[in-house]
Design a protein around this ligand. Structure first.
Ligand code: HEC
Ligand code: HEC
Length: 171
């Protein structure tokens, strides 16, 4: 787990540095997605069930990262986090049990995070001078199911019915 974002630092990366980067990235989240900003004075308990994120992230850092994931997928916390059977808010609505692993999509998100980390550490890092890591939003673009890429009309090959013309085939 110490390898998180490693290639984007010269030399050894510490978990604290990774955590700082995560916090910095979260701070750059688009303004339009901050509707979920915590109310002033809200506290974030230290996480107790991190399996893929650096274990020493603070509650606040995890929360900032989660807000990024939520925005990148155009979804809500409850997509991955199950309701707590015991705790309710002031209005009697169930709160979310963030440490619970009962929602399958939480497991998918863990795999996705590991995939994203591997893309960055193993591949993107090998491109000279690259400082642009892949994030959830690179693929998801604000949607749960990444939109398929559709070629704009004016870039379509000129063959009949959109089929690639002979001349457009690679030599
Ligand atoms: C796409 C799925 C997904 C969404 C959406 C999501 N989370 Fe998470 N969350 C996870 C995963 C996966 C973990 C566990 C990470 C790990 O294992 O290292 C986690 C962990 C957490 C934890 C740490 C729990 C603990 O004690 O270990 C908190 C707190 C949390 N999320 C809050 C939120 C909040 C608040 C939101 C909405 C703003 C949110 N999450 C949205 C997937 C998600
Ligand atoms: C390299 C591209 C890519 C990246 C990066 C990526 N994803 Fe995905 N993700 C996909 C694809 C493709 C699917 C499958 C969509 C489908 O089956 O409809 C998917 C599916 C998912 C799903 C399940 C959606 C569903 O409807 O079942 C979740 C949750 C998810 N991704 C979360 C994340 C999170 C969180 C991150 C960042 C930590 C992330 N993804 C990064 C490409 C990506």
């Amino acid at each position: 787990m110490g390898t998180l974002f490693e290639p984007f630092f010269a030399g050894a990366v510490t978990l604290a540095a990774a955590a700082a980067l995560i916090a910095a990235m979260a701070a750059q989240a688009p303004q339009s997605t901050t509707g979920t900003s915590p109310a002033p004075g809200r506290t974030f308990p230290a996480p107790t069930n991190l399996k893929v994120l650096p274990m020493d992230l603070t509650g606040q850092q995890v929360n900032a990262l989660m807000e990024q994931w939520q925005a990148a997928l155009g979804t809500r916390c409850s997509l991955c986090h199950a309701k707590d059977r015991e705790k309710t808010d002031a209005g009697g609505e169930p709160l979310l049990d963030f440490a619970a692993d009962s929602k399958p999509l939480k497991g998918v998100a863990r795999i996705m995070f590991q995939m994203t980390e591997e893309i960055n550490t193993r591949y993107v890092s090998r491109i000279d001078g690259s400082g642009v890591p892949v994030t959830c939003g690179t693929c998801h673009g604000g949607h749960l199911s990444p939109d398929p890429f559709v070629l704009p009309d004016d870039r379509k090959p000129t063959g009949a019915q959109g089929q690639p013309a002979e001349s457009a085939q690679p030599q």
